[in-house]
Design a binder for this molecule. Structure first.
Ligand code: MG
Length: 453
């Protein structure tokens, strides 16, 4: 029966183009479903609601609001805020759920809906399935006229967020930081927090604008060329860029180069120490840095909700993906690109320039490739890869099936084969200690997979 319920949620909430998959009708149903899901008998339920800078966000917000009210819950309205503020407010205001309207790093014609638990943690796949089931079966709670609740403005919780966030770090004042929010949801709050932390702040693309006139919301190398130039030209200590909803952060060093994602993750992980969680596609640099400080690395599936689940399960002190999505469980279970930025500023303010901190770490060649593959062929190919690809290497240490197939070699090299969840590709990610060895592993893996097509 479960298989017959159409899937609405992808790897990060509901996401799509406005009027294709994201409609006001869908938003109304999601509002009704979440309201139904959290509503308990005779209890007063509250749902936090926020949105990003997209042109369609207020329209979607109003439809969700109507849905929440229909279910008899209060709407705690945040207005335009970064995703981590929704997670924080849900926790701080002891709400029963949080809803963020955003398409994160997608282009302006997209939007999406992501759901949050009272701890600030994203809804798990099981919870998302429960929401899909309520929508599919139209099993909505409808409040009687005398049980319809109100909309409350809770936008001032942003000041608690700012103060609590600043308590998380110990920053020496005086650093010059260029912040590029990409006209997204962190445009106002991220520069304010950095100034309060004692930084001299230069803003770039910090006017909220759903057309994203400054740059596209994906903080990729191509989209950050202007930021990199400005960091160098202004002799800043650091550049920070966010994606559209600021659950992610990218750092630029004082020379104007984008900090390597894996190395930055390794640096911050070893600074925090203890047990940390990362995904199967992160560099062995993370393991080596953690080994040095006597820490432990737990590997999980790609995706911030999997990282969050592994943090809870293992009582870990930190979790991060190479994409720049970091979770700080001492603060909140929602990935927070603004707190992540503060952590990097803290490192640099108390130690060396960022380029020097990163240069001290081992440099291992990483290769990320994709092979075109029809969706219908993916399962068979993955089965053949699991059965036969390890035999193509002569120093295999172990084969891990947490997410795709990850083959580790005795010298620390590894290769990960994963089918793309959204596109017609098989992805190959690999890392080795030398470029020659990395090329060998790539050649072997690529030829083996192409031989199956
Ligand atoms: Mg995001």
């Amino acid at each position: 029966m479960d298989q017959m319920i159409p899937k609405l949620f992808g790897t990060s909430g509901i996401r799509g183009k406005v009027w294709e998959s994201i409609t006001t009708e869908l938003a109304l149903r999601v509002g009704r479903a979440v309201s139904t899901y959290v509503k308990r008998e005779n209890s007063e339920c509250k749902i936090v609601l926020g949105y990003d800078t997209r042109t369609s966000s207020q329209m979607i917000e109003n439809a969700i609001t109507a849905g929440i009210l229909q279910g008899g819950c209060y709407v705690l309205r945040l207005g335009m805020v970064p995703t981590p503020v929704v997670g924080y407010a849900t926790m701080k205001l002891k709400a029963d759920a949080g809803i963020m309207i955003t398409a994160s790093h997608n282009p302006p014609e997209y939007n999406g809906i992501k759901l949050w638990n009272p701890s600030g943690m994203a809804y798990t796949q099981a919870q998302e399935k429960a929401i899909e089931k309520i929508i599919f079966e139209e099993d909505f709670h409808k409040a009687s006229w005398d049980n319809i609740r109100k909309i409350e403005d809770v936008s001032s919780v942003i000041y608690d967020y700012i103060n609590d966030l600043l308590d998380q770090v110990n920053i020496e004042p005086g650093l010059k930081v260029v912040i590029d929010s990409g006209n997204g949801a962190a445009s106002l709050v991220s520069p304010l927090i950095l100034r309060k932390a004692g930084c001299e702040v230069i803003t770039l693309n910090c006017q909220p604008d759903g057309f994203f006139p400054g740059r596209m919301p994906e903080p990729s190398l191509e989209n950050l060329s202007e930021l990199m130039k400005i960091v160098k030209a202004t002799k800043a200590d650091l550049g920070i860029a966010h994606d559209g909803d600021a659950d992610r952060m990218v750092a630029i060093d004082e020379e104007g180069n984008m900090a390597d994602f894996d190395k930055l993750l390794a640096l911050i992980s070893s600074k925090i120490g203890g047990k940390i969680v990362t995904t199967v596609d992160a560099s062995l640099c993370v393991d080596e840095c953690m080994e040095k400080v006597g820490g432990e690395v737990i590997r999980t599936k790609v995706g911030d909700v999997h990282v969050a689940e592994a943090i809870v399960e293992n009582q870990a002190s930190f979790g991060g993906e190479p994409s720049g999505t970091w979770l700080h469980p001492d603060f909140c279970m929602c990935p927070d690109g603004i707190l992540s930025a503060l952590k990097v500023v803290e490192l640099v303010s108390n130690q060396d320039p960022l380029s020097k901190l990163l240069d001290n770490l081992p440099n291992y060649p990483t290769i990320r490739e994709k092979i075109n593959c029809d969706d219908t062929q993916k399962d068979q190919i993955m089965e053949d890869v699991r059965e036969k690809l390890p035999q193509q290497f002569d120093d295999v240490l172990d084969v891990n099936l947490i997410d795709g197939i990850r083959i580790s070699m005795k010298d620390g090299s590894w290769v990960l084969i994963r089918p793309s969840g959204t596109e017609s590709y098989i992805r190959i990610t690999l890392e080795s200690r030398t470029i020659e060895e990395a090329e060998n592993i790539k050649k072997t893996s690529r030829e083996f997979i192409e031989g199956l097509l």
